[in-house]
Structure formats: C-alpha cells, structure tokens
Design a protein around this ligand. Structure first.
Ligand code: COA
Length: 263
C-alpha cells in the first residue's frame, strides 16, 4: 500500500515491512535534499507504527542503490551552504541509527559516496552480486562528508576505510563481503526475494529486544567499554519486564516457536 506521494522516493507500507525505494533511476538514484526529507518523513510516520517491524531501503531500477549525492547540488555553493546541505544528509543517517526498528539497505548496484554512507548507517546490508561500493569523493578533490570516514573506519577498520576513502576505488560485492562491509551477497535474479526473506526473519523477532540490541550496539560502542557494558546490563534488565521475554522463554520450554508481539 502506498501511503503518500513523494517526489524522489516511493514508499510502500506492506506490514511487517516498510519499503523505501530511492527513485531517480535515470540519475542512478543520486540523492537530493528532497529525497532526504522524504526518507525522514517516512521514518516519522513509521516510528510508532507497530505493524511495521522492519524498514528496507532499496534503489529503483537494476543499476544502482544510490550513486551518491547529486553532484549538481554542490555547484556554485558557498562553504557555509555546503555545511548545511551535508548536515541534512548526516541528519538522515543519524535518524536511521536512532530509528527504533531494524533498517536493511538492499543494494542492487552502485552504492557510492553518499549512497554508501546511507547504506552503512543502516543496520544490515544485503548486496546483489552485481553491487559495487566506493567512496569516490577523493577523485572530485573532496572527502566523504556524510559519515564515510567515521562509520567505515568503525565498520571495516581504519586500514580498509582509508583505502576506500583515499584511493576512491570501487569494490565489487564479493570484496565488500570479504572486508565486512556487507552482511550477505545474493544472486541478482533472487535479490528481492532474498531481501524479503531477510527482512521477514527480522520481523519475526521481539521488537523491543531488537530495538535495545540496535541501540546498545550503535550507542554503547561510542562510549568507554565500562559505560557501554553498564548500558547493556541496564537494557538487559529492562527486557525482563516485557511480555515477549515471558513468551520467548515459555516457548523455548514448550518446544514451540515464539510469537512475539512487541509488548
Ligand atoms: N550526481 C549527479 N548525477 C549522477 C550521479 C551523481 N552522483 N551519478 C550518476 N549521475 C547521473 C549521470 O550524470 C548520468 O546522467 P545523464 O544521463 O543525464 O548524463 C546518469 O546518472 C547515468 O550515469 P552515467 O555516468 O552516465 O553512468 P555510467 O554507467 O557511465 O557510470 C558511475 C556510472 C556510477 C560510475 C558514474 O555515474 C559516476 O561516477 N557517478 C558519480 C559517483 C560519485 O562520484 N559519487 C559521489 C558524489 S559526491
């Protein structure tokens, strides 16, 4: 079900999954500020939507997830305006990290520059075997500006991150998998089906525990280990107040599959 008319994305609400399609296939889904506002609006709409348990971000067409920020928007801008533009993209990546449900980037082609940066702010990356990744900004005389240097360094380590950010090479899906940039590489002809299977598996999980696991990973790793461990202990305790914890342990003892409700 389509719930709103957007310009640069298509949003489909198909419980338990919300699908955001980056929709500028002629421009390899290059990202615009309108696209950022629209993704942000979808997250606002789904934030408390209990029927939607997973958000998937995918690219329209079969060539690209997103080939980066639309380069035309940087032309003729003053440094201060560029700062504001780039912060709007960063805001979306941070909102994805705070979004209380798992977010899956489904990468069917190029994930370059801002496209790669959006993908690495998501919780999971499923790539088609035809996907290609890269931070080519250095070739434009600039650097990644929406988290590439920061999140890539944390995700794949400093050495690999510097290779991507300082050489600007594109790497294929199998290499991205080898260095831990993507979770899974799937055949191109089964791409959508594999993404859906992955998202459905997440959707069967206990929503509150999934949210807490996401937050503990995303935010507990930004502070000293002692504090991160304390945060983990705290949310571990909180989960013992949920009906899903009772359901999960009862189902285990009764040797049946748990049915989690998010309560
Ligand atoms: N911004 C604006 N337009 C973009 C774009 C971007 N980041 N990436 C692709 N496009 C547009 C192209 O200008 C072209 O538009 P046109 O048909 O109106 O000329 C269209 O998308 C198709 O791209 P094209 O370059 O013709 O395809 P290709 O197969 O020859 O090359 C890429 C594909 C991805 C290698 C190439 O498009 C590219 O290098 N894009 C820029 C990647 C980048 O530097 N991103 C970081 C931006 S900060």
């Amino acid at each position: 079900m389509k719930v709103a008319d957007y310009k640069d994305i298509v949003f489909e609400r198909k419980p338990p999954i919300g699908w955001v399609t980056l929709n500028r296939p002629d421009k390899l889904n290059a990202l615009t500020l309108t696209m950022m506002e629209e993704i942000s609006d979808v997250m606002d709409k789904l934030w408390d939507d209990e029927e939607i348990r997973v958000l998937v971000i995918i690219g329209a067409g079969d060539r690209a997830f997103c080939a980066g920020a639309d380069i035309t928007m940087f032309q003729g801008q003053k440094p201060n305006s560029i700062f504001h533009i780039i912060r709007k993209i960063v805001d979306v990546t941070q909102k994805v990290e705070k979004f209380p449900k798992p977010v899956v980037a489904a990468i069917n082609g190029f994930a370059l520059g801002g496209g790669c940066e959006i993908a690495i702010s998501c919780d999971f990356r499923i790539a088609s075997e035809k996907a290609q990744f890269g931070q080519p900004e250095i070739r434009l005389g600039i650097i990644p500006g929406a988290g590439g240097t920061q999140r890539l360094s944390r995700l794949i380590g400093l050495g690999r991150a510097k290779e991507l950010c300082m050489l600007g090479d594109r790497i294929p899906a199998d290499e991205a998998y080898r260095i831990g940039l993507v979770n899974k590489v799937v055949p191109a002809d089964k791409f959508r089906e594999e993404v859906e299977n992955f998202a459905n598996r997440l959707a069967e999980g206990p929503p509150i525990a999934l949210k807490m696991a996401k937050y503990a990973c995303n935010f507990g790793t930004q502070v000293p280990l002692d504090i991160g461990l304390l945060l983990e202990s705290g949310v571990f305790g909180v989960l013992f107040g949920t009906e899903d914890m009772v359901e999960g342990t009862t189902a285990f003892l009764e040797k049946r599959k748990a049915k989690f409700t998010g309560k």
